[in-house]
Design a protein around this ligand. Structure first.
Ligand code: NAD
Length: 310
């Protein structure tokens, strides 16, 4: 049973994830929350009085809680949240505690944090547990968790219980940092598909085809995939796709750029040949800097590549 939980990083993903925990953990359990943006913490405390309590630093969280979840943007933030000598989680005595990082970061930073913890607090456990499914999935409680552990891990039951309160599918990926490797591999694939779908749709439409006919052809043919079906980059092919709402809801193009760059670093390190990688990174990098695309759903690459939106 988890009585004392800590949560760090109350952004677009962290806030709805914490809300699920506050709603679903048993009444006797308490949650301490921390974010560098004070108002985000105050907001959660006001929403869940007698359940969510304000902490003053990551160290304070680790002092109070037995289980800590972190959800911050990038590797540098994970490093400072865990390793800052005065304010970090590891400046507290975290012996016996369970630490779960859900941020999407590079595998090397994650392994460095894990090694630091193993060396200094042999009874503490650290896991990478990145998520997929976006902000809407986090709100609905349908995100997937990719756990950096084996099926036989002694903490799998507790990890699965907690992840199950925030999401649906929970996949132990094999070992430390494998959750992140799986997540980056997934986002590389889905990012490439979005570009390929944008190009193929544009080519077909310029040949005179109706975009809805093209989408039906892919769905019936060998090109069938979720991006073309439910996240089609061309507006009004699928009414609930971000593209149909002006690319406003969804997975920000800058986040796809970040994940893509992380995936390519990983490819380089492990020696896989990703011939589409450089083109993909250049596309997401360009779209991230383009003011017609910045801050919009990553499928806005269709606009970036010059697709017709009428
Ligand atoms: P976000 O920028 O909305 O939220 C991050 C939060 O972390 C912010 O509130 C920020 O103030 C806080 N933070 C930063 N540094 C901190 C520190 N040192 N101490 C405490 N708090 C700190 O980002 P997000 O969209 O919630 O994404 C978080 C992570 O989840 C990222 O790694 C992202 O790639 C990943 N992710 C995002 C989505 C998505 O659709 N947004 C989907 C899956 C995974």
């Amino acid at each position: 049973e988890i009585r004392r939980l800590g949560f760090i990083g109350l952004g677009a993903m962290g806030k709805p994830m914490l809300s699920h925990l506050a709603n679903k953990l048993p009444p006797q359990s308490k949650i301490w929350a921390f974010d560098v943006v004070d108002e985000l913490v105050d907001g959660m405390c006001a929403q869940f009085p007698n359940k969510v309590y304000k902490a003053s630093s990551a160290k304070d969280i680790a002092d109070q809680a037995d289980v800590v979840i972190t959800m911050v943007p990038e590797g540098e933030h994970v490093r400072s949240v865990y390793l800052d000598p005065q304010q970090g989680i590891c400046s507290s005595d975290i012996s016996g505690k369970l630490l779960i990082d859900c941020s999407t970061i590079d595998t090397s930073t994650s392994l460095a944090v894990k090694e630091h913890i193993a060396a200094n607090f042999p009874t503490a456990s650290f896991y990478d547990a990145p998520v997929s499914g976006g902000v809407i999935g986090a709100i609905k409680g349908t995100i997937a968790f990719f756990l950096g552990c084996a099926e036989s891990d002694p903490n799998l039951e507790r990890l699965t219980y907690l992840a199950g309160l925030m999401g649906k599918e929970i996949i132990p990926c094999g070992g430390p940092s494998f959750g992140l490797a799986a997540k980056l591999s997934n986002n590389y694939l889905s990012g490439i598909i979005a570009i390929a779908c944008s190009e193929a749709m544009d080519m077909g439409m310029r040949s005179g085809l109706d975009p809805r006919v093209l989408a039906r052809v892919y769905a019936a043919g060998t090109a069938q995939n979720t991006i073309c079906d439910k996240f089609n980059p061309v507006p009004h092919v699928y009414p609930e796709a971000p593209s149909s709402g002006g690319y406003k809801q969804g997975f920000k193009v800058q986040l796809m750029r970040k994940d893509f760059a992380l995936a390519l670093d990983m490819a380089k390190r492990v020696g896989s040949r990703n011939v589409l990688g450089e083109a993909g990174l250049a596309t997401y990098d360009g779209a991230s800097k383009d003011e017609r695309c910045r801050d919009l759903d990553s499928r806005v690459v269709y606009r970036y590549l010059g697709g017709d939106e009428d």
